[in-house]
Design a protein around this ligand. Sequence first.
Ligand SMILES: Cc1cc2nc3c(=O)[nH]c(=O)nc-3n(C[C@H](O)[C@H](O)[C@H](O)COP(=O)(O)OP(=O)(O)OC[C@H]3O[C@@H](n4cnc5c(N)ncnc54)[C@H](O)[C@@H]3O)c2cc1C
Length: 441
Amino acid sequence: MNTDRKTIGVVGAGIVGVCTALMLQRRGFKVTLIDPNPPGEGASFGNAGCFNGSSVVPMSMPGMITSVPKWLLDPMGPLSIRFSYLPTIMPWLIRFLLAGQRSKVKEQAKALRSLLKTTVPLISSLADEAGAGHLIRHEGHLYAYRTESGFAKDRSGWELRRLNGVRTQVLDAAALRDFDPNLSHAFTKGILIEESGHTTNPQGLVTLLFRKVIANGGEFVSARVIGFETEGQTLKSVTTSRGNIAVDGAVVAAGAHSKSLAVSLGDHVPLDTERGYHIIIKDPDVTPRIPTTDAGGKFIATPMETGLRVSGTVEFAGLAASPNWKRAHVLYTHARNLLPGLAPVVSEEHYTKWMGFRPSVPDSLPVIGRARCTPDVIYAFGHGHLGMTGAPMTATLVSELIAGEKTSIDITPFAPARFGDRSHRANGPPALELPSRQNLT
Ligand SMILES: Cc1cc2nc3c(=O)[nH]c(=O)nc-3n(C[C@H](O)[C@H](O)[C@H](O)COP(=O)(O)OP(=O)(O)OC[C@H]3O[C@@H](n4cnc5c(N)ncnc54)[C@H](O)[C@@H]3O)c2cc1C
């Protein structure tokens, strides 16, 4: 394909959008990024910053259903469902549980590994190009367990990682203490994954990648995309809140807000949001040595430029409901259980809190592929818990699809058609549910 004068509109300037813009520019395309908000203010702002190519264990696993009641009953637990949202999320939850069958999980893990395993070299290369290399660390990731029985519950997940070529190092209690003396002695087992990396500032990283897009000649339009104009199967323009932008191709990378855009192109994708929270303790007395997951509490503590970020929890409450800040405050208690050296009483002035929208699909695989109505629009959303990690390879795949090249990996597992309920636009495009600005940040 002659890419010289082709302009691609990239909808959404989160980590997926900016990585995609850079990869497209590497292939000679002109890029227009479109977002009503400044870059990196969506989910890409507040995540744990981990580039974990080893995270191949789908969220829905066999036998998980037995833990759900306990999690839901515990107000400090890792999962909550807002009662008023239950009817809306129910079909998604049923698909989620069905996705957790043993045979399906193996395939999902294999697909995830292919998407994620090169994340550290790929993001490092993009970051170096953008002058953001200092924000990337390649120091590994630690999972900490209190008991052998706690570890045993995750055994099938560790087996899935092993089957997919993830190398781990097991630390007994003494080795764990040696590795990180700041961790509570209640933790008696650690699993170290050396291949993992992290960023010390997720939003800073997105911002520098974005600046590189602009320095390369890319444009930024501060507007909300509301649809696409096609002639036959050919894309003509992206319709925004500030008028139409003529393009030759487009990428939907609007994170948790991508669903209505896909619907407008004839694709009904079961995208919902698993809301997550973080706190940043600005001047912590201690931090973990490297990003550390408390495997029992299902949260991650990451040392960052801005302080100690403690992030996690899953809340089903949709895109519109206001945050339940109790879920953020609880993270401080969790952090002290992991790092007893943190000050016992802290006023809320000592930490900032945040809530954001993971773009989640029931089978834990993102949606990457062409839209039903026009091959000129490519989807790149639905990365759930792994959007930082999955962004660089997703960006590579999207740029390859647009350039008409063979993709680096098999993208069949990520196909938008896999849900089996695509609809034709023949019945007319459904009305778009437009998120408010408040919902987008
Ligand atoms: C607590 C928490 C911890 C996490 N930790 C990790 C981690 O350690 N590692 C990891 O890999 N992942 C992690 N994630 C997941 C990761 O943050 C997300 O998967 C990722 O940020 C999604 O990126 P995105 O670019 O798809 O979406 P976003 O970052 O949400 O960006 C989407 C952009 O699209 C814009 N947009 C929306 N609608 C429109 C529209 N109509 N027109 C134009 N623009 C629009 C938004 O304004 C936004 O800027 C975590 C998530 C949470 C919540």
